[in-house]
Design a binder for this molecule. Sequence first.
Ligand SMILES: [Zn+2]
Length: 496
Amino acid sequence: MMAGGRNALLSAAVAAALGWTGELSAQTGPEGGPSEPARIIFEGATVIDGTGAGARAGLAIVVEGDQISAIAPAGELGPEAHEGAEILDASAWFAIPGLVEAHTHVATSANRARAEFLLNRQLYGGVTTARDMAGDVRSLMDLQRASLVQEIPAPDLHFAALMAGPRFFTDPRTVSSAAGETPGEVSWMQAVTKDTDVVEAVTLARGTWAAGIKTYAAIDGELLAAIAAEAGRQGIPVWSHTHVGPARALEVAGAGVRSMSHVCSIGSAAIPDDVFREGQEGKRTGFVDVDLDDPAVDAVFALMKRNRTVLDATIRVVVQIGQRRMAEIDRVNAPRPPGAAPGPSRRPGPPRGPPIDRRRRGVRPRCETADAVALTRRAYEAGVMVATGTDGMTPPDSAFPALHEEIRLFHDDVGMPMLDVLRAASFHGAVALGMEDTIGTLEAGKHANIVFLREDPLTGPESLQSLELTVKRGTLYYRRDFVLGEPPPGTGPPRD
Ligand SMILES: [Zn+2]
């Protein structure tokens, strides 16, 4: 599948390689034909640049190759800026930074057709960068390459190498993501313990070309802090689950990780110590009611703010599947009613406790949609950088990606003004990736990742449906050219 956009990136790269950067517009394309102009000027746009500044009307955005070279009132660009440039009238349009999907999974098991289907819908829905939060890195590397060289229409894809305690690697998703090998024993899915050589483990993770290390489960605070310190030394961020029991939210926030996933588990900080300990000892499992007003929750947010830790709240996944799954785990863990007849083949034996949820040992805070919303609001009000990540996908016949739904939840339910929602949906994702110097806002010198809308985005999230054009690294993807396509087999419900 070929990208539907203009080939500005390639021609710029070829020109640069040949030392022709001063006269880009007259070059010959890589296949001998004339190339598209490498300089594009979007004239007259109303710009919301994602820095937190308000809308500014009547601006020209100058794109050279894959970068923004200037944003200025149209009259301030000299005639030389226009020479050889392609001029596009954007006077009826609003420009916002390309969206960052801060939590997705496109290759839990390698399925190229499915991944391309999802990435295509993300890109044409305004997502120019996606952070994949663990999957089969062998597949993710190839998707990343294919996106970068424009073999496929897709956001720039960055991915995680996962670390967790050994007992996590019975999870069937880890088996899928390491298919053919042993999960826990491969560089992108490493089992870690207190005896792990952390320097080597971080080095191996970096060797997968991962942009971050995801810490998932069954890690204690001391080990997490050691991983984060070494990762910091080697220049790769740690992206942690909010709760990687035994380490809970407060320890995770104190460990120096770059981002924390899933707002619900912030409540782990408020689980009474004795209850939590029983969970870790395998004596109880499932969800427990916690007091979310516990000051420990505010202490987590204060630490996150101080450490500039990004929270990808993933509210949407709570709405979509949380309650169903919570009910199922409750059902599995419910003690049998007194006097219930034992199963026909069960031998008499010692009394049995509730079955253990082996995927993540221990107890978790009960968290309904309203709790997730309230916690996200408190994080936002406490000054934590909240980011939009979905941890899932819309149904296969949906024309827009799940990120639009998370954006709607941030605005309609959390109550954030659109100016801040847009910052959450771009800049904060960039910070989580450690890429805030190159993406996340519309500023000269950054990648030309731009979304153009007909409707004013500050009026509400519905405006995203008026999307006209996504620009990724200077390449243009018009919404009118979007083809959803037939969903390939396996394009099913989300996971976490
Ligand atoms: Zn996830």
